[in-house]
Write a protein that binds this ligand. Structure first.
Ligand code: PLP
Length: 375
C-alpha cells in the first residue's frame, strides 16, 4: 500500500505525467460528444484519445503516450491474431455531483491484470503504469465522463503480443492500450431479473485452464454456450464446472451470489476456474459490514435448485463492473426450469446495488477508501 492517500488527486496526477500527451487535431465537437454521452452506445463509441505503451524483450516498457484514438497498425503475422496472447481489464470513471472524477479500486484491476498476464506468458504492466495510463486517459478525456447517475466512462485496458511471428513462444513485442467508451445504465427501463441458461456441455474453461485470467480466449470459448442459452429463450448463460458438471461457477462475464432465508450469502469459491471479480470482492465486504455471513464454497447446482424450490434460497444475483448487480429470476436447462422467489428483484439484491452505486457516485460514505480521485 502507498502511504500517500489516493483521495489526493495529486497522487494520480503525478503518476499520469509518465504518459506524454500527443496532439489530437481532430477531437469530437462539444455538441457531438454531448450527444454521444447522452445516449451512449456502449462499446461502439470511443472517446477522443487512447493510452498506449510498447514493450520489447530487450528494452521492457517504453513510449508511454496518450494518442488520438485510431486503428492500431498490426502485422498480419502478429502472434495475438494466431495464438490469442491477450488479456484485458474493465473499470469505470465516475463523475460526482461536485464535478470531480473518480475511479473505483483501480489498484485491484491492476493487480488482476498482472495475474492474468502471468498466466498467458505476457509481460506484466506495473501497478503504477496501469494506474498512470487510466488516470492520464481520464484526465485527457475528462469531458467524456458523463454526469448522470449510472452513466460512466468505461475504461478497457488490454495487453497483447504484437510481434510478427508464427512460432509459438514467449512474446518478444507487446502492446498495452487503454480505450474508453461512455456507458449508460445496464437496465435503462429499471432493474429486471434475467433468465439464466445453465450450460453443461460447452465450457468456458476447466481445471488448470485460464478461468481466473481475464483473457479474450475465455470469452471466445463461452460463445457457443451463450448462444445455446439464447436459442432457449434465456438472456445469460451460467457455467457448471467442466470436470464434474456438479458445481455452479459463474456467468460468461459476471460472478454469482446466492442469498439464503436466514440472511447468509454463498458464492462460488475462487477455485481457479472463476474470475476473481472486484465487484464480487466488494459485495462480500459490504455484506460483512452489515452483519451478513458470507460463505465462499463449491455450490452444488442440484442443491441450489432444491433450495430455490423450497424457499430456503430467497435471492440470486450476478455481479460485475458493467451491470453492478443483476438479479437472477430463473434457471433453465434441458432438465429443469426454476423461478427464484416471485421472479422480481429481491430486497437484499437491490439494497446492495444501491449501496455500491452510492459509493461509486459519491452519494454515501466510502468506508474502505475504494474511490481514487483523478481530477
Ligand atoms: C470481468 C469478469 C467478471 C467481473 O469482474 P469485475 O471485476 O467485478 O468486473 C466476472 N467474470 C468474468 C468471466 C469476467 O471476465
Amino acid at each position: 500500500m502507498t502511504t500517500q492517500s489516493h483521495h489526493d488527486p495529486a497522487y494520480l496526477d503525478s503518476l499520469a505525467e509518465r504518459f506524454t500527451v500527443l496532439p489530437n487535431d481532430n477531437p469530437a465537437s462539444d455538441a457531438k460528444r454531448e450527444g454521444l454521452i447522452d445516449k451512449p452506445a456502449f462499446g461502439q463509441v470511443f472517446s477522443d484519445s487512447m493510452a498506449h505503451m510498447s514493450w520489447t524483450k530487450g528494452e521492457g516498457w517504453s513510449d508511454r503516450r496518450i494518442e488520438p484514438y485510431a486503428p492500431i497498425k498490426l502485422d498480419p503475422g502478429a502472434s495475438v491474431l494466431h495464438y490469442a496472447q491477450e488479456v484485458f481489464e474493465g473499470l469505470k470513471a465516475y463523475r460526482h455531483a461536485d464535478g470531480s472524477t473518480w475511479l473505483f479500486r483501480p489498484d485491484a484491476n491492476a493487480e488482476r491484470m498482472q495475474n492474468s498476464a502471468k498466466r498467458l506468458y505476457l509481460p506484466e504492466v506495473s501497478v503504477d503504469d496501469f494506474l498512470a495510463s487510466c488516470a492520464a486517459l481520464v484526465l485527457q478525456d475528462r469531458k467524456w465522463v458523463p454526469t448522470r447517475r449510472e452513466y460512466t466512462l468505461y475504461l478497457r485496458p488490454f495487453l497483447f503480443a504484437s510481434e510478427p511471428f508464427l512460432g509459438v513462444r514467449a512474446p518478444q513485442e507487446v502492446d498495452y492500450c487503454v480505450i474508453a467508451s461512455p456507458s449508460g445504465p445496464y437496465f435503462p427501463g429499471g432493474v429486471k431479473p434475467v433468465s439464466i441458461w445453465v450450460e453443461d456441455k460447452f465450457f468456458r474453461t476447466g481445471p488448470g485452464g485460464t478461468g481466473f485470467a481475464k483473457c479474450g480466449g475465455n470469452y471466445a470459448a463461452s460463445l457457443v454456450g451463450e448462444y445455446r442459452g439464447i436459442d432457449q429463450g434465456c438472456e445469460q448463460v451460467c457455467f457448471v464446472d467442466a470436470a464434474t458438471k456438479t458445481y455452479l461457477e459463474e456467468l460468461g462475464g459476471m460472478n454469482m451470489m446466492v442469498a439464503h432465508k436466514d440472511g447468509h450469502v454463498e458464492t462460488p469459491s475462487l477455485n481457479g476456474n472463476i474470475l476473481p471479480g472486484v465487484t464480487r470482492r466488494s459485495i462480500i465486504q459490504l455484506l460483512e459490514d452489515s452483519g451478513h455471513d458470507v460463505v465462499e464454497k463449491m455450490i452444488v447446482l442440484q442443491e441450489l435448485l432444491d433450495d430455490i424450490r423450497s424457499g430456503e434460497v430467497t435471492e440470486v444475483f450476478a455481479c460485475g463492473t458493467a451491470a453492478i448487480i443483476t438479479p437472477i429470476g430463473r434457471f433453465k436447462s434441458e432438465d429443469f426450469d426454476v423461478t427464484v422467489g416471485d421472479g422480481e428483484p429481491g430486497e437484499l439484491t437491490m439494497k446492495l446495488r444501491d449501496e455500491l452505486l452510492g459509493i461509486q457516485m459519491g452519494e454515501i460514505e466510502d468506508p474502505h477508501d475504494w474511490m481514487w480521485k483523478v481530477c
